[in-house]
Design a protein around this ligand. Structure first.
Ligand code: SAM
Ligand code: FES
Length: 377
């Protein structure tokens, strides 16, 4: 078979929204070979120096074009409330893993959470993301109380939960209480890599089961992965893209891996901003209507990372609404940005950043687009 060039694979992806795993792998290899002479693992791209890639430029151009059709230049915001950094899990990459004894643990009270939501509402947020470690204190009863209180206070808002793996019954009850969306990164679509990033007691099958349950129940579901995670290969990333193509998530959170000093991966190199942006473009082409954040991790590795993410095809930003007193403690990785700023500062900072690149942060729930803009049928 004649080997296809990067550009022809990109054209095929834009036209059909699908490629084979082998084709995704070839596309990624074409991207690397433009940046470095020899094709090696993605982690070798970790210095984040500005390098030129015609392929990435073309992917971004196509991604922006297709996003324009669905969302114009609107950027949706989600007010992120980091409710707890207690976690019963021990993911090897994560700064709030249970084995990290240096981590100063906190849990927001229900009143703290309501105060964050009220402040966020006044700042123009119409989606709240409640995220936390897997903290059993957040039982179904407590979470239901939180969801229904916020929904009653702000009926025009959407609630996204990102509270990790739970039972199907739990997801069902929370959905019936009014939770609209659920973010649960699949972390990796490779069983082999999953095993290398997680302790024995955690299960790839259970994570996939959770995502399937969430979808069947009716949530708008977000999956996602880290770019440049330790041991990650081009083939692993190709599997991630194929998974996204098949799972068809409404949201997709990807960000570069950033090492945390008190984890087993403290010395692993960070992921690449350029590769993350290229992947954002590919994901936009796979799933044109996807809600795609330019993540805090991207902004942590590059002061213009979130702007670069939007210019590569992302359309969501997630400023922090957590109380400043606890922000530093929700430290998934080192040097996380926005840990000293008040919610209002982050809101206006992102507003200005988006404006500087010709985009507009809108006051909107930011639901997934069901049809293209301007098409009333
Ligand atoms: N407990 C919930 C869950 O498991 O989905 C939500 C919180 S979890 C800490 C949020 C995400 O942070 C994870 O899905 C992971 O991809 C990301 N993350 C953790 N450690 C990271 C690191 N060192 N660098 C970049 N992202 C990281
Ligand atoms: Fe938080 Fe810029 S988004 S300070």
């Amino acid at each position: 078979m004649l080997e296809m060039s990067g550009i022809s694979l990109l054209n095929k992806l834009a036209r059909t929204h699908a490629l084979s795993v082998e084709e995704y792998e070839t596309l990624l290899s074409c991207f690397y070979s433009e940046l470095i002479e020899e094709n090696t693992l993605p982690c070798s791209l970790s210095e984040n120096t500005a390098r030129h890639s015609n392929l990435a430029e073309e992917a971004a151009r196509k991604a922006v074009e297709v996003r324009q059709v669905y969302y114009g230049t609107a950027v949706f915001t989600r007010g992120l409330i980091e409710v707890s950094n207690y976690c019963k899990n021990d993911c090897l990459y994560c700064g709030i893993r249970k084995s990290n004894k240096e981590c100063s643990r906190y849990r927001l009270s229900l009143d703290d959470i309501y105060a964050c939501a009220t402040e966020g509402y006044d700042l123009g947020f119409r989606t709240f993301v409640l995220q936390g470690g897997e903290d059993p204190w957040f039982s179904d009863e407590r979470l239901r109380e939180i969801v229904s209180t916020i929904k009653n206070a702000h009926p025009d808002c959407a609630i996204t939960l990102s509270m990790g793996e739970r039972t199907r019954d739990s997801y069902q009850r929370l959905f019936e209480t009014g939770a609209d969306r659920y973010l649960l990164r699949h972390e990796t679509a490779s069983f082999k890599l999953y095993k290398m990033l997680h302790p024995e007691e955690m299960s790839f099958e259970n994570r996939m089961r959770c995502l399937q349950d969430l979808k069947e129940i009716g949530y708008a579901v977000g999956c996602g992965f880290m770019v440049g995670a330790p041991f990650q290969t081009t083939h692993d990333l190709a599997l991630d893209l194929k998974f996204i193509e098949e799972f068809q998530p409404e949201m997709c959170g990807i960000g570069p891996f950033v090492p945390h000093h008190a984890t087993p991966f403290s010395h692993a190199p960070a992921g690449s901003v350029e590769l993350t942006c290229f992947l954002l473009s590919l994901i936009r082409l796979i799933r044109p209507s996807v809600l795609l954040p330019a993540t805090t991790a991207l902004g942590t590795l590059d002061s213009k990372g979130r702007e670069k993410g939007i210019l590569a095809g992302a359309n969501v930003v997630m400023p922090n609404l957590s109380p400043v007193a606890v922000r530093k403690d929700y430290e998934l990785y080192d040097n996380k940005i926005c840990t000293g700023e008040e919610a209002a500062e982050c809101r206006w900072c992102l507003h200005a950043r988006m404006k500087s690149i010709g985009y507009e942060v809108v006051v909107d729930r930011g639901d997934p687009a069901l049809r293209v803009r301007g098409n009333k049928s």
